[in-house]
Design a protein around this ligand. Structure first.
Ligand SMILES: Nc1ncnc2c1ncn2[C@@H]1O[C@H](COP(=O)(O)OP(=O)(O)OP(=O)(O)O)[C@@H](O)[C@H]1O
Ligand SMILES: Nc1ccn([C@H]2C[C@H](O)[C@@H](COP(=O)(O)O)O2)c(=O)n1
Ligand SMILES: [Mg+2]
Length: 236
């Protein structure tokens, strides 16, 4: 549905695009939604999706703040890392490759991650998505745009000093295979080299909201809250 909407975007005005997107979404609901509703699985998607990418280094507090955004603003939270860990746990065909990549602090091929995100978006009856820990690379970003066919509305960047991120990750205690000093160092290098260019890209496109990610969880959320409050009336 979203790929078809996006392919029209260069040739028509934004208000016409919004109307067209709305109609295409409704049309798609009618064609695919009927079968799903007949089975009682999913409510029709009648609203244009509102997509937020949540970026920041390892341990910067993305997941913690996503929980608060979900509670306060009713978004669906899709954590790329959680989706990949679920593939490992379910022993899927890509499970071993994903496990080895995560242990090495590297990035899983984009096609794998985008397909997992796409599946969750399609299954969700929400239209507001927080996509946490994605895109981590330019390849991730381009792949999302190609496969899903839309750009994010908002990009949050949790900007946290390295020392603090390392301290938080080492204290996390959730049994993650990448929460050790050796892997954290590699993840920080990957973040600097591959993720910062994505953050700069969205800054240039005027979509980036930088949050100073130090202080208590509640203090940090007070920087996040007004961003979504400003969109709430238009997004629903
Ligand atoms: N403001 C904060 N102050 C202190 N600790 C925090 C704060 N925010 C989160 N934490 C803790 O730091 C750890 C990392 O937070 P979180 O898992 O949210 O980070 P993340 O950005 O999602 O990391 P990753 O990219 O590794 O998934 C968690 O144990 C969390 O409870
Ligand atoms: N877009 C992504 C997101 C995550 N991964 C892998 C590599 C990360 O180190 C790991 C954990 O992610 P997190 O829970 O910290 O967001 O998952 C990836 O390859 N691509
Ligand atoms: Mg996380």
């Amino acid at each position: 549905m979203w790929r078809r909407v996006a392919s029209l975007s260069s040739s028509i005005s934004s208000s016409l695009l919004a109307q067209t997107a709305s109609r295409l979404n409704t049309w798609e609901s009618l064609t695919t939604g009927i079968a799903q509703q007949a089975k009682g699985v999913i409510a029709p998607k009648e609203k244009t999706p509102f997509i937020t990418f949540v970026l920041g280094g390892p341990g910067s507090g993305k997941g913690t703040q996503c929980i608060k955004i979900v509670e306060t603003f009713g978004f669906a939270h899709l954590s790329a890392g959680d989706l990949l860990r679920r593939e490992i746990a379910s022993k899927s065909a890509d499970g071993d490759m994903i496990l080895n990549t995560i242990k090495e602090g590297k990035i899983v091929p984009s096609q794998v991650t985008v397909k997992l995100i796409q599946k969750e978006m399609e299954l969700s009856d929400n239209h507001k998505f927080l996509i946490d820990g994605f895109p981590r690379t330019e390849e991730n970003r381009v792949s999302f745009e190609r496969i899903i066919g839309v750009e994010p509305n908002v990009v949050l960047f949790f900007d946290c000093p390295e020392e603090e991120m390392v301290k938080r990750v080492l204290n996390r205690n959730e049994g993650r295979v990448d929460d050790n000093l050796e892997t954290i160092k590699k993840r920080l290098t990957v973040f600097q080299a591959l993720s910062l260019p994505v953050i700069n890209y969205y800054s240039k496109r005027g979509k980036l909201y930088t949050i100073k990610a130090i202080g208590t969880e509640d203090e940090i959320f007070e920087q996040v809250r007004p961003i979504f409050a400003a969109f709430e009336r238009t997004v629903g």
